[in-house]
Ligand binder design. Structure first.
Ligand SMILES: Nc1ncnc2c1ncn2[C@@H]1O[C@H](COP(=O)(O)OP(=O)(O)O)[C@@H](O)[C@H]1O
Ligand SMILES: [Mg+2]
Length: 330
């Protein structure tokens, strides 16, 4: 593949700033290994974009620092939610990963689940709770949530890295869990608890995506919370997942169906709950953790696609999508 000049965006305004910087450093090194030139751009917690210590100036239609492709290695709000993708569209530059709509949709756990339900994708039962309705009709809302049974998981609708999520095992734990979720987002989602294993599957491609071998997330804590995610040794990835072959195939099939239904491009990691032979989709991350040892790359490495090749393919997919979309615009 012809070497490209790739602008790598890292950092960002979300609570996943540090995680993004670690991912961006790995992507930087991997792209250079694959023969590309990298322009690193760091987005501060204050939202300012800097390159080599200078503030980056942006002009609509004029691209970004002369890059052929932009790789937004950003997680969470203001990065993985369509906002930066919209800015890159305005700059008129090819970029890696999902576009505006798919990014925004997958960031919103309620809208994502509504779309998947419409497509018949199996999931846990859930209810959305808006803070205004909760304040106006607290007891009615709590009564309605009884249909989900206990325990339930209470989450802010639009966040990540398990921030603001609580497992409520008794009715009196629901109200404090909702209050916590509302600290982060006026929209919360309450989900029936899945039991069993957590499996993850990586996807790469545009119109004809391919899925990796699924991996199993093994944790010693009760659920996959922030600490298990970011403490070294907090999680062990087992590939291939220790489930029957037909369950692994079902996971791969659902990962691709979810990717296509959400309108994703480039890459995603789709996360599952597996109860015996029943496979439920939990969520889709449009910009999963991307260090060389992160689950996304580890699953493809175990499936025969090494890290540098993944990056090379993602750059190619970004260029391919840009060309294809520009054709449709004329
Ligand atoms: N409905 C559920 N049933 C069982 N465990 C859950 C459920 N929802 C979340 N969890 C646990 O919480 C973790 C984080 O939830 P998730 O929805 O993936 O949020 P995030 O976007 O922050 O990763 C999951 O990996 C799982 O361990
Ligand atoms: Mg998750």
């Amino acid at each position: 593949m012809t070497p490209s000049r790739v602008a790598v965006l890292g950092g960002g305004r979300s609570s996943e700033h540090e995680v993004s910087l670690a991912s961006a450093a790995s992507v930087h090194a991997g792209l250079e290994n694959a023969g590309h030139t990298v322009v690193p751009i760091e987005i501060g917690r204050d939202g300012v974009w800097r390159c080599d210590g200078d503030t980056v100036s942006l002009t609509p239609g004029r691209g970004l620092e002369g890059a052929d492709v932009v790789f937004p290695v950003l997680h969470g709000p203001f990065g993985e939610d369509g906002t930066v993708q919209g800015l890159l569209e305005c700059l008129d530059v090819p970029y890696v990963g999902a576009g505006v709509l798919a990014s925004a949709l997958c960031m919103d756990k309620v809208l994502f689940k509504e779309l998947m339900a419409h497509a018949g994708v199996p999931q846990v039962d859930y209810r959305a709770v808006r803070v205004e309705r909760y304040r106006a009709a607290r007891d009615a809302v709590l009564d309605e949530l009884q249909a989900l049974g206990l325990p339930v998981f209470v989450k802010p609708a639009r966040l990540g890295s398990s921030v603001g999520i609580a497992r409520a095992a008794a009715r009196q734990e629901l109200a404090p869990a909702l209050e916590d979720a509302f600290e982060h987002d006026p929209l919360a989602i309450v989900e029936a608890a899945a039991t069993g294993l957590e499996l993850e599957c990586s996807v790469i491609g545009n119109g004809e995506p391919v899925a990796s071998e699924p991996g199993e997330i093994v944790i010693s804590s009760e659920w996959y919370d922030y600490q298990a995610k970011y403490t070294p040794g907090g999680m062990e990835l087992v590939v291939p997942a220790r489930v029957p072959e037909q369950v692994r195939e079902r996971v791969r099939e659902l990962a691709l169906e979810t990717f296509i239904t959400a309108g994703c491009c480039g890459l995603a990691r789709v996360d599952f709950f597996v109860e015996d032979e029943r496979v439920l989709v939990n969520e889709l991350n449009t910009m999963p953790g991307f260090t060389e040892t992160s689950v996304f790359g580890a699953l493809f490495a175990a499936s025969g696609i090494p890290y540098a090749e993944l990056l090379d393919r993602l750059v190619g997919l970004a260029l391919e999508r840009y060309e294809a979309e520009r054709k449709h615009l004329h």
